[in-house]
Design a protein around this ligand. Structure first.
Ligand code: HEM
Ligand code: HEM
Length: 171
């Protein structure tokens, strides 16, 4: 049977703060950790906090033997792989509608289609339209109180792929 592929939008539906429905990504593999939340020796909070996000780096740094865990415990929670498109800055620059009907932008290593986020964005439509087609990472970090937490919570739903880049990012 073919391996199931999930987009960030699919994964973003599983970030339940109570720990009753939680997926996350480690090294391109999608895990449904809902049943693991109760058993995880590190408690439920890290799994909830990283829900719908790429926890690879954190996973590697907090565990003593991450490779062993991935081989011996994680496979039973594996449900598929991440389907991720790579875009160039040129692709992004083709989505800059001034009325906010088709707008993409870059934050960190990812590309976001913020068209549907306009009406809900607490900062309004204007900054999203103004920054569409561009890399808004620095500005994003400056204007949001806790940029990383904000991105972890709201980003996955609008994330459509990765930027082809040689830069490193913390978001
Ligand atoms: C299926 C995936 C996971 C498995 C099998 C797993 C397993 C474990 C195990 C066995 C421990 C005990 C300590 C150790 O062995 O190093 C642990 C602790 C811990 N885990 Fe995980 N874990 C998983 C996912 C995650 C994720 C995604 C995070 C956060 C990004 C996380 C954060 C932590 C933390 C903070 C501790 C406590 C570390 C300490 O007290 O030293 N875990 N986990
Ligand atoms: C997917 C992308 C984005 C998400 C998920 C997002 C999320 C949020 C959230 C949750 C807030 C509420 C306040 C806070 O968390 O600090 C906010 C406020 C704001 N955002 Fe964004 N935002 C995004 C992109 C942007 C971009 C690209 C800009 C461009 C500069 C921007 C500008 C602002 C401004 C000016 C505020 C108001 C800040 C304030 O009143 O303190 N946002 N955004």
């Amino acid at each position: 049977m073919a391996v199931k592929e999930y987009t960030w939008q699919d994964i973003a539906k599983h970030m339940e703060p109570s720990g009753l429905d939680n997926w996350l990504v480690i090294n391109g593999i999608v895990y449904d950790v809902t049943d693991w939340v109760k058993e995880h020796p590190g408690g439920k909070q890290p799994l909830i906090n990283w829900s719908a996000n790429d926890a690879s780096k954190r996973f590697r740094t907090v565990h003593k033997l991450p490779g062993k865990l991935l081989k011996e415990i994680a496979p039973q929670y594996q449900i598929g792989i991440l389907k991720e498109t790579i875009y160039t800055m040129e692709d992004v620059a083709a989505h800059t509608d001034k009325d906010g009907k088709d707008n993409w932008l870059v934050i960190g290593e990812y590309v976001y289609d913020v068209t549907k986020w306009m009406k809900d964005h607490p900062g309004g439509k204007v900054p999203l339209v103004n920054w569409s087609g561009k890399d808004a990472s620095d500005r994003f970090k400056k204007v949001h109180k806790d940029a990383i937490a904000t991105m972890k919570k709201f980003g996955p739903k609008y994330r459509i792929g990765k930027l082809a880049t040689q830069q490193m990012s913390n978001l």
